[in-house]
Design a protein around this ligand. Structure first.
Ligand code: PLP
Length: 455
């Protein structure tokens, strides 16, 4: 039996982790996760840890669902792989596409498959430009995105994203991507002197100003997550999305909703755009599509876009070997069946969401917390140095967030640090008792961090 320590040594020797500062990652800093069930993880050192992040915001139905495992096993023994290029198709991809059309907004009935959220956004970038070229407007190429957005790690995904650290590596963004400000009230808006509603309107009108500057004839689309996830669970002011919607209705550009995190129940609606009553032309999906049991992404498109792609002689020169992989389709079908049968979306909207939100927001009383926010099961704690002056920030951005996250891990709860905030996004199946446990652990974590900042 390989010991936990041996595993960590081998990991250090041979495994390059994504988004990791390897130079400061010691052998014993590693956590080898070897088993999971429901909202719980176990590591090879014998610790039980609550998964407050649903993996990477993806395990919506919880870990260890044998129904998904069985569905994948059955599909693999029947048809483990075949492609969906040219004329070929297969039963699970047909069934899944029909299911997704039933879940998606009424004007969306077709789906293009990818292997991940990044590939979904790569597909989208090419697709929106192709769409406008086919409509005889090839100048409409620029995609407007937002600062601090995360849309994936491929060249197109990282370019669409608005993370400076990612742009500075590898010469990104690629041309014709334009980033506008994000509607981040706690982090930026509060300091402007505007009210929250005014700031929401101002941030929304950044879109209009960008369209004016670039020229509507050059703008293909606006891409946004309904609530930015990796950027820090940025819940926009109430005025933001209605104003963006008004602007989009007055402009001839496409709206792309990146639903990779917000989709499949996270906000208490099937899609985050539905939560805000937005009408996207395209949606990027991944993560909760299979609850992470197998990798899969996709792009849902409006009937208008589908119609252009069905014109005589039109071919979209794009596709992946694993577009519509049968085993991934089987995982997605079993996963969506669970979400529907157990009413998980409604559960988040009407029951466990409100239950969690009330308890989460009570953490705001802690002296280290400037704001505790949560929509659906999607929340953040903004940590501040002085609860009596919410404009003040820690000097060394990110340090207190990381320290607090490490306390959380040590206390048996996975939360993620984004700058000096802590993020929570648990499986949608979390019970009331587990919510109570999570909030109590978060409170203890804040006390521990508060204590260690004072010593
Ligand atoms: N879009 C959003 C909003 C995401 O949060 C992510 C991943 O976290 C992606 C796209 C990229 O998805 P993937 O990691 O599956 O490529």
């Amino acid at each position: 039996n390989t010991s936990s320590h041996d595993l960590k040594i081998a990991d250090q020797k041979h495994h390059l982790h994504p988004f990791t500062e390897h130079g400061s990652l010691g052998v014993d800093d590693r956590r080898v996760i070897s088993k999971a069930d429901g909202v719980w993880l176990w590591d090879t050192d014998g610790n039980r840890i609550m998964d407050g992040m649903a993996g990477l915001w993806c395990v919506n139905v919880g870990h260890g669902r044998q129904e998904i495992v069985e569905a994948v096993r059955a599909q693999m023994s029947e048809l483990s792989y075949y492609n969906t290029f040219f004329k070929t198709t297969h039963p699970p991809v047909i069934e899944l596409s029909e299911m997704l059309a039933g879940i998606a907004p009424d004007n969306m009935n077709m789906v293009f498959y990818a292997g991940s959220g990044s590939e979904a956004n790569d597909t989208i970038l090419r697709l929106v430009r192709t769409y406008w070229a086919l409509k005889g407007q090839p100048s409409k190429k620029t995609v407007i995105s937002r600062k601090n957005a995360y849309h994936g790690s491929t060249v197109a995904g990282a370019s669409l994203g608005g993370m400076g650290a990612m742009h500075s590596q590898g010469g990104l963004p690629i041309p014709d991507i334009h980033h506008i400000d994000q509607p981040y009230w706690f982090g930026e808006g509060m300091m402007t002197g505007m009210s929250e509603d005014e700031f929401g309107l101002w941030a929304a009108r950044e879109l209009d100003r960008a369209i004016e500057k670039i020229g509507e004839e050059n703008v293909a689309a606006f891409i946004a997550e309904p609530i930015q996830g990796a950027g820090g669970v940025i819940v926009p002011p109430a005025t933001y999305w209605p104003e963006v919607r008004r602007i989009l209705e007055s402009r001839d550009i496409l709206f792309i909703s990146d639903e990779v995190i917000c989709g499949f129940g996270r906000t208490g609606e099937w899609f985050g755009s539905g939560y805000y009553d937005m009408k996207p032309d395209l949606m990027a999906i991944a993560k909760g599509l299979t609850s992470g049991y197998l990798p899969m992404g996709g792009v849902l498109v409006s009937d208008e876009i589908a119609e252009v792609l069905h014109r005589e002689g039109v071919e979209f020169y794009h596709g992946y070997t694993y577009s519509g992989h049968p085993a991934c389709c089987a995982a997605a079908i079993a996963n969506l069946t669970i979400i529907k049968r157990e009413g998980l979306v409604e559960r988040v909207r009407d029951h466990i969401g409100p239950y969690f939100q009330t308890r989460w927001k009570s953490l705001q009383e802690h002296p280290l917390v400037g704001e505790a926010r949560m929509v659906g099961l999607f929340g953040s704690l903004e940590l501040v140095p002085d609860e009596n002056d919410l404009m003040k920030r820690f000097d060394n951005v990110g340090k207190v967030g990381t320290i607090t996250r490490d306390h959380s891990f040590a206390n048996g709860l996975v939360m993620r640090a984004v700058r000096d905030s802590l993020i929570i996004s648990p499986p949608l199946t979390i019970t009331e008792d587990e919510v109570d446990h999570l909030v109590a652990t978060a409170r203890k974590t804040l006390d521990d961090a508060w204590g260690s900042l004072r010593t």
